[in-house]
Design a protein around this ligand. Structure first.
Ligand code: ZN
Ligand code: ZN
Length: 292
């Protein structure tokens, strides 16, 4: 019987006094067992996506539970065909997500909204604003129905986005991101700035799509592993920049001097040889063909 593979992603904001020491220990465990993925550690906590067989992942969860500060983690889990990472990286960062605003109290973040409760908001016609806290290149290929998509080059643009949304301070507001980690800070900043009824989608888009693949989500969801994209329905919101066909697919231009991330359907990917323009197609510095 072929091996079954899983990807788990999770985060936890918790005080880790010596992330460098923990890094060595976790890296050692992962290399020895053969897990692959990306784990980020900081004084403020852990953020990770890890891929392996069902047995390896189950062992890894038990291993994490052996650390007092990693109790009660919410794991998001999906089955995959084999590993979805090439290597194991464990890195120490200054912050898990960099908002560029100091002194935010995460305990005052938005109230947690379950996927079914979000659907309820939609179905009952509740008066609410739903806001995407991700970068524009993520939200452009997929987002919730009627979502506000602030212009975001990096997460540091969020403060300006919140200031631009100050007309909605008295409304019910729902923030969402891929797995929830960005919203912990994003929603806390809104509360701090005087928004009165703030929610954050619990477990993020990934958790929502797992339960409701064809409900109030439109398009694809960018993910940071080799799958690159989760597509659960064909309510596309983006168009191929070559032929205009609705799609959620995107690639980085294979001209290494361009490398632009652009929306491109499966067919045009081949006919335009992974290039955003004719000029880039003729470039001599090109990425290896086998790489998307
Ligand atoms: Zn196309
Ligand atoms: Zn290009």
């Amino acid at each position: 019987m072929e091996a079954h593979f899983l990807i788990i992603s999770f985060y936890k904001y918790v005080n880790i006094p010596e992330p460098e020491v923990l890094r060595e220990e976790i890296l050692d465990y992962c290399i020895t067992t053969g897990l692959r993925g990306k784990i980020y550690l900081a004084n403020e906590g852990i953020n990770a996506s890890v891929s392996g067989t069902v047995e390896l992942i189950s062992g890894f969860k038990n291993y994490l539970e052996s650390f007092p500060y990693f109790k009660n983690i919410l794991f998001k889990e999906d089955t995959t065909e084999g590993f979805v990472f090439d290597k194991m990286h464990v890195r120490v960062k200054r912050e898990l997500v960099h908002l560029g605003v100091s002194g935010i109290s995460l305990e005052n973040g938005g109230k947690r909204l379950k996927p079914e409760d979000l659907n309820n908001f939609y179905e009952t016609g509740k008066d609410f604003i739903i806001i995407d806290t991700r970068n524009s290149w993520e939200s452009n290929i997929g987002h919730f129905k009627n979502a506000v998509l602030p212009e975001m080059h990096t997460f540091r643009d969020w403060e300006k986005a919140v200031d631009d949304l100050s007309n909605f301070k008295d409304k019910t507001v729902v923030t969402y991101c891929t797995g929830g980690i960005r919203c912990e800070k994003a929603s806390a900043l809104m509360v701090e700035k005087g928004f009165k009824d703030v929610y954050q989608l619990d477990g993020g888009i990934i958790t929502y799509l797992k339960q409701f693949p064809k409900s109030n989500w439109e398009g694809g969801c960018f993910v940071f592993d080799n799958r690159r994209l989760i597509e659960t329905n064909d309510n596309y919101v983006a168009n191929c920049s070559h032929c205009g066909k609705p799609t959620a697919k995107y690639i980085n231009c294979h001209n290494l001097d361009c490398d632009k991330l652009f929306v491109c359907c499966e067919e045009c990917r081949h006919t335009h040889e992974y290039s955003c323009s004719e000029e880039c197609r003729k470039s001599e510095r090109r990425r290896d063909k086998n790489y998307d």
